[in-house]
Design a protein around this ligand. Structure first.
Ligand code: 13P
Length: 250
């Protein structure tokens, strides 16, 4: 069965609740594409008003992060149950900005992935190399390590539903998009790694996104690659351009 594309926005730390409602109202008529799952991952405080604004449209609302404990004395954190109760079906886990600024590691990513599945929330698991790692030729080794640890104790059934976002760090917010060949090569290596951990059927089912300066101009070629099942879009998801990215095949 062909994999359905999933195109997601990651708003990062942008948009107040009222700005979120306004942007969703602008995007609603622009993102109609039945070939694609359309998702906006928004700041926690925007989730509920964004859900309300997106009602009756094909836009799903996801989260940008969550904690791996159920509840308790973790001031400032958001629990998986809180997200699930708000109707969230997808959560970004282990974005490179969380790894860099908030000390997330492959181990905490793995804990969060397991917890998300426990609450029937699909994790969008981020991986990606630095420029130095690419220049030193260790990209694939590094990403295989990130993937193998992220999927520790994850069942094949869970893994087949997961989403992986390959985001080379040097391409994030820099306007420097990876070439289609570079993006396809790594996404294929990720799929091969999943086949190695699980089996061919799981590898064929899992969806792998590319992220890093995706634009309306670069989306069609990227999303046409055999192992690229959509995108995780930062800057361009904050404007009407996101509609053009979602409708990349129209
Ligand atoms: P940009 O699209 O702004 O490069 O951000 C990519 C990203 O980090 C999405 O998670």
């Amino acid at each position: 069965m062909a994999r359905k594309k999933i195109i997601a926005g990651n708003w990062k730390m942008n948009m107040t609740p009222s700005e979120a409602v306004e942007l969703i109202n602008t995007l609603k008529p622009l993102v109609k594409n039945d070939d694609v799952d359309v998702l906006l991952c928004v700041p926690a405080i925007d989730i509920i008003p964004a859900m309300e604004a997106a009602k009756g449209s094909n836009i799903m609302i996801g989260a940008e992060n969550m904690y791996f404990e159920e509840k308790g004395a973790f001031t400032g954190e958001i629990s998986p149950a809180m997200l699930a109760d708000a109707g969230v079906k997808y959560v970004i886990i282990g974005h490179s900005e969380r790894r860099e600024y908030f000390a997330e590691t492959d181990e905490t990513v793995n804990k969060k992935v397991l917890k998300a599945f426990e609450h029937e929330i699909t994790p969008i698991i981020c991986c990606g190399e630095t420029l130095t790692q690419r220049e030193q030729g260790v990209t694939i080794d590094f990403i295989r390590q990130q993937i193998k640890i992220a999927f520790l104790n994850v069942t094949a059934e869970q893994a087949s539903k997961a989403v992986i976002a390959y985001e080379p760090i040097w391409a994030i917010g820099t306007g420097k998009v990876a070439t289609t060949e570079q993006a396809q090569e790594v996404c294929k290596a990720i799929r091969d790694c999943i086949a190695e951990i699980y089996d061919e059927a799981t590898a064929a089912a899992i969806r792998i996104q590319y992220g890093g300066s995706v634009s309306a101009a670069s989306a069609p070629e990227l999303f046409a690659q055999a192992d690229i099942d959509g995108g995780l879009v930062g800057g361009a998801s904050l404007k009407a351009d996101f509609g053009k990215i979602v409708c990349y095949n129209k």
